[in-house]
Design a protein around this ligand. Structure first.
Ligand code: AMP
Ligand code: MG
Ligand code: MG
Length: 310
């Protein structure tokens, strides 16, 4: 079955197994206590990177490269050292995922059509500050220009049996798995947004929504999980700091569930290998809403400031 499944099914199944292994690495490094933090921020921005970001990325990229040598993979942490010990090399494919049938639209996609966007640890600031439930591993699968499949793994999610970690997946045309979808409460409008990258213009965008509550949490993956689980109605981020590896997997999972993730102008980002990594025009995501009514609420002044077309 595995050897004959279409490439997208094997890439998804391999990414599920690989994301789980990365989650184990992230837990182990926190348990050992030496995070090996360096600041990779440009100018005055503080942008921490830990040993967990580095090793999780090497494990993911080495594993996926070995299985899919002609697929382009772009990871947040740069670097090309793919020498990892066998302990970090994941060879298995998630068998449960492979039991499903491939949506017709992706059956013939070739390895050259894919770009895999990897954020080995989304929510690094939160990881270093002890907000570990915000941390996710993101593996996004683009076919040509579009985010099509995604894995969001939460290393510190506590299962009812006490086991740590859960893995959520989505593939457009197939659906989602690994969580129980729930609608956000009617009669309220809850926004989820950044806890560490706000500014005055971003605050103006938030104010335009007359929300009943604003949740400030870390990571693009965790915020989209809040939409999927009905904890919030919209994810608003009206500054340019988010990157393609932050949004590819969340966009695919959210849209496989019927939601929408765009820039603040309502346009989808493009995920081929040649695009710039920055999502300069911010992020607006929603589930169960009229997405374009939300787009219309963002003040023109904010759109102009993040370079969106008016
Ligand atoms: P946040 O919502 O602030 O947790 O950000 C979501 C993702 O975008 C995280 O991976 C952040 O590291 C990244 N991000 C957002 N804004 C910035 C920024 N100004 N500089 C660096 N990374 C950012
Ligand atoms: Mg990130
Ligand atoms: Mg990261």
């Amino acid at each position: 079955m595995a050897a004959t499944a279409p490439v997208i099914m094997r890439v998804m199944a391999s990414s599920i197994s690989t994301a789980k292994r990365a989650g184990g690495i992230i837990r182990d490094i926190l348990k050992k206590g030496d995070l090996g933090i360096v600041d990779k921020g440009k100018n005055d921005d503080y942008d921490p990177q830990t040993e967990a970001d580095r090793l999780a990325q090497r494990s993911i990229i080495a594993s996926l490269t070995k299985k899919f040598p002609s697929v382009k993979i772009i990871g947040e942490e740069g670097g090309s050292d793919l020498n990892v010990s066998d302990d970090y090399l994941v060879t298995e494919l998630d068998e449960g995922f492979l039991q499903q049938s491939c949506p017709a639209e992706w059956k013939d996609a070739k390895p050259e059509d894919f770009v895999i966007w990897v954020d080995p640890l989304d929510g690094t600031s939160e990881y270093t500050q002890g907000y570990v439930e915000h941390v996710t591993v993101l593996i996004g699968i683009a076919v040509k220009d579009s985010a099509v499949g995604g894995i969001i793994h939460q290393p510190f999610y506590q299962q009812p049996d006490g086991e740590l970690g859960r893995t959520i997946w989505g593939l457009k045309g197939l659906g989602t798995g690994g969580f129980t979808a729930s609608p956000a409460p009617p009669g309220q409008f809850i926004i989820t947004t950044t806890r560490s990258h706000s500014n005055a213009l971003h605050q103006k965008a938030l104010n335009a929504f007359a929300s009943t509550e604003v949740l400030k949490v870390g990571g693009a993956g965790f915020k989209v999980l809040q939409l999927l689980e009905g904890k919030a109605h919209a994810y608003v981020f009206a500054t340019p700091g988010c990157k393609k590896w932050d949004t590819c997997a969340p966009e695919a999972v959210l849209e496989a569930q019927g939601g929408c993730l765009t820039n603040i102008n309502g346009e989808h980002y493009v995920y081929n290998a040649d695009v710039e990594h920055a999502n300069r025009q911010g992020v607006l995501a929603s589930l169960g809403q009229n997405h374009y009514e939300l787009v219309a609420k963002i003040p023109a002044e904010v759109r102009a400031a993040v370079g969106a077309k008016l």
